[in-house]
Design a protein around this ligand. Structure first.
Ligand SMILES: [Zn+2]
Length: 76
């Protein structure tokens, strides 16, 4: 056991959202962002972008709503 991990200074990174210095350590739950606000802002932009794509009608769903007529043929 080394036991000296706590003595190391926290790593500093630049917040991808606002560019402010952020602490990249367990003490910063929003890492690599500087704050919850920056983290939510980035996720929100990403989510709204994907939601727009997901809002397209699914061709599989359309065909399922109108199933093709397949009359069951009697074997004998
Ligand atoms: Zn930030």
């Amino acid at each position: 056991m080394t036991g000296t991990a706590d003595a190391r200074p926290p790593r500093r990174v630049r917040c991808p959202c606002c560019g402010e210095p952020a602490t990249f350590a367990a003490s910063n739950p929003w890492r690599p962002f500087c704050s919850e606000r920056c983290r939510n802002g980035d996720l929100g932009a990403w989510a709204s972008e994907s939601y727009r794509v997901a809002a397209q009608p699914d061709p599989d769903e359309l065909s399922d709503a109108d199933p093709p007529a397949t009359p069951a043929r009697p074997r004998h």
